[in-house]
Every structure is written in C-alpha cells, then in structure tokens.
Design a binder for this molecule. Structure first.
Ligand code: DGI
Ligand code: FE
Ligand code: FE
Length: 188
C-alpha cells in the first residue's frame, strides 16, 4: 500500500549504514507504539522508515529543495541545520503520494509542535526510544513510553531543550510550544 520496497531502496541508497539501521528500528518502534496506542501501524511504520530520508544532504541540496518548494526559513531555522532534514524530507516524501498525516509526522519529528496528532507523537517518541539508541537515560524514556506518549515526550523535550541551551543553540518556537502544551496538560 505504501510502496515500502521503494522507500527501503531509497533510504538504503541515501543513508549511511548507521542511519539506515536507525530508520529500520524507528519504523519497528513506531509500529509497536501504534498498536499499543490505537494508531494505524502501517502508517507509523512507513513514517518511521522514511523520517530521516534526507538526513545526509549537503547545505546546498537542502536550500535547493527549499527554494524549489517555496519554503522560506525563519532566522532560527536558518541557524539550525539539524532542523533542515525534517523540513526538506517532508517535501521530498510527497513524491511517494503519502497522506498528509504521514508527511506532517515527518515534518515535525525533530521539533514537535503544539497540537500534535497521535501519529506525530508516535514518530516523535519512536525516534527517541528505538532499539539502536543507547544514550544515558534511554531506559527511563522507554519506560515512560509504556506509560504514556506525553510522559515520554515531556522528558525528551526537556532533554533536547537543556542540551541546546548548554550548547548556546537556538530553540525552535515549535519545540517550546510542544513542551509548554505538555506541561499544561500535566498541570490540568
Ligand atoms: O535525526 P535524528 O538524529 O534521528 O533525530 P532528530 O531529527 O530528532 O534530530 C535531533 C537533533 O535536532 C538534535 O541534535 C537536536 C536538534 N534539535 C531538535 N530540536 C531543536 C534542535 N535544534 C535546534 N536548534 N532547535 C530545536 O528546537
Ligand atoms: Fe531526524
Ligand atoms: Fe531519526
């Protein structure tokens, strides 16, 4: 239904071994989370498989995609190269005819945003807890994902925001909005 073989071939050709295996693991984790939380596992799997498809482009290649698709970057986005693969990847994946919900999950998998859909949350969490991940605290993140997606996202966003602040890097407004919304839900 989603031309999984073509996506597999595409990511195999575009990504290093390390990132290719990361993509396979995110797909598996996303599929499992979808089953647990009542989302479409096939959609979650294909979103996971393709979420980092353009992670390894050059600056020139990203900007070619942005200008061809009429995407203008904010000052924060211009100064944050790590965000480009999600913005460009979402555009690129339109060629597969993916539905808007899959495209949007890829688009926001790095920053998150306010008002995320179930599929968007699943991809965001799967990217943190996939089996290839081994950072300090990953076990806690996996436990949190068993309890609720938001409980895991809260910690993931805190981790990202702290890391960015420590490195003097800009924090995207979508990241902040996502974090604030989850805290407000928690506080009722
Ligand atoms: O592509 P992956 O490495 O699998 O994971 P990802 O797409 O979540 O990217 C994580 C990187 O993106 C990490 O180095 C932090 C960076 N990042 C995430 N949110 C923000 C951000 N960078 C900036 N400048 N601002 C953000 O809000
Ligand atoms: Fe990514
Ligand atoms: Fe990823």
């Amino acid at each position: 239904m989603y031309n999984e073989q073509a996506v597999l071939k595409d990511i195999r050709e575009r990504l290093s071994d390390f990132r290719y295996y990361h993509s396979l693991e995110v797909a598996k984790s996303a599929g499992k989370l979808a089953e647990k939380y009542g989302c479409d596992p096939e959609k979650a799997y294909i979103a996971g498989l393709s979420h980092d498809v353009l992670k390894e482009l050059s600056e020139e290649e990203y900007f070619k995609i942005f200008s061809e698709s009429g995407i203008s970057l904010t000052a924060v986005e211009k100064s944050a190269p790590k965000l480009w693969h999600a913005m460009a990847g979402a555009e690129y994946l339109k060629k597969y005819g993916f539905s808007e919900d899959i495209i949007s999950a890829v688009r926001y998998h790095t920053t998150g945003k306010e008002g995320m859909s179930l599929l968007e949350k699943i991809l965001f969490v799967a990217d943190f807890i996939s089996l290839d991940r081994s950072y300090n605290g990953v076990d806690d993140m996996r436990k949190r994902a068993e309890i609720s997606l938001e409980y895991c996202m809260e910690e993931g966003l805190r981790f990202t925001i702290e890391e960015l602040a420590a490195k003097d890097l800009p924090i995207h407004p979508d990241t902040v909005a996502c974090y604030n919304e989850i805290l407000m839900i928690k506080r009722g």
